[in-house]
Design a protein around this ligand. Structure first.
Ligand SMILES: [Ca+2]
Ligand SMILES: [Ca+2]
Length: 266
């Protein structure tokens, strides 16, 4: 092989390797499809009683009582634990056994059955409640229907911010099919199995109010969103590390700027 041919050979290999690395990085970034966002509240308004929906669906939320304070990203809502609430007006959640993902940040020192994100009526299989499970002086992330539940073991009522994600994967049909993540860590699945058939006509998505049982949320709540797909852990990590605004590619006014997210790869 002549010197010239060897150089050409090396040059071609450099190109192949370079493009290979770029391709690997791109495929790892797992961009979020904004069409999959049912609603997203950043709570960065800082004042007023309207939580602006950052999705394309215009599902603004009605805040009652909760106050704006410093959050994980920008400002968040502080709930008094007595009667503060937030309702996604006119939106009744994801139904049946359709895949879904709910994400939010929460901080509290108060051990109680915090009502985080809930919809559906209180009847077997039909309700869909994400709330705190009390375990002694600690509390855990929990999702339940009427008659079944699924909860983890990491304490989320220790006075620190925690990111929570509740994923119901495509093709699932029962409550213990959910994958629960606290700060990006998959939780064990404790609880009682029950078939899922979420009602999406009877109860607007509610964040704070105890609804059928449990107690009002007490503490700090930031960056809540519901997706109509099962997000991967990579996608959840992007949201947790970059914030919803960056992960979804929304502009500071809270409207979606692009159809695909521009996100940091890591
Ligand atoms: Ca109040
Ligand atoms: Ca915020």
């Amino acid at each position: 092989m002549k010197i010239e041919n060897q150089s050409r050979f090396l040059f071609v290999w450099l190109i192949v390797i370079t493009f290979g690395l770029v391709w690997t990085n791109t495929s790892r970034s797992a961009p979020l499809d904004l069409k999959t966002v049912e609603f997203a509240y950043l709570f960065d308004e800082g004042k007023g009683n309207v939580a602006k929906d950052a999705s394309a669906n215009d599902r603004d939320g009605a805040i009652s009582g909760a106050k704006y304070v410093k959050g994980v990203f920008g400002t968040c809502l502080e709930y008094d634990g007595v009667d503060d609430n937030l309702v996604a007006t006119g939106y009744f959640g994801v139904g049946g056994t359709d895949p879904r993902t709910t994400v939010f940040w929460f901080k509290s020192k108060d051990t109680r059955e915090h009502s985080w994100v809930k919809w559906g009526p209180n009847s077997p299989g039909e309700k869909y409640y994400i709330r705190a499970h009390v375990r002694g002086a600690e509390c855990n992330l929990r999702v339940e229907v009427n008659g079944g539940n699924n909860f983890g073991t990491d304490n989320v009522c220790d006075g620190e911010w925690h990111h929570m994600a509740v994923v119901f994967p495509e093709g699932s049909d029962a409550v213990k099919d959910h994958d629960l993540y606290v700060d990006g860590k998959l939780q064990v699945k404790e609880g009682t199995e029950h078939a899922m058939d979420t009602n999406d006509e009877a109860q607007e998505v509610t964040m704070g109010d105890f609804l059928a049982h449990h107690t009002f949320m007490s503490g700090f709540f930031d960056e809540v969103a519901v997706f109509n797909v099962d997000l991967s852990l990579d996608q959840i990590d992007v949201i947790r590390e970059n914030g919803l605004q960056a992960a979804l590619g929304v502009d500071p006014q809270g409207k979606l700027a692009t159809s695909w997210a521009m996100i940091k790869t890591y």
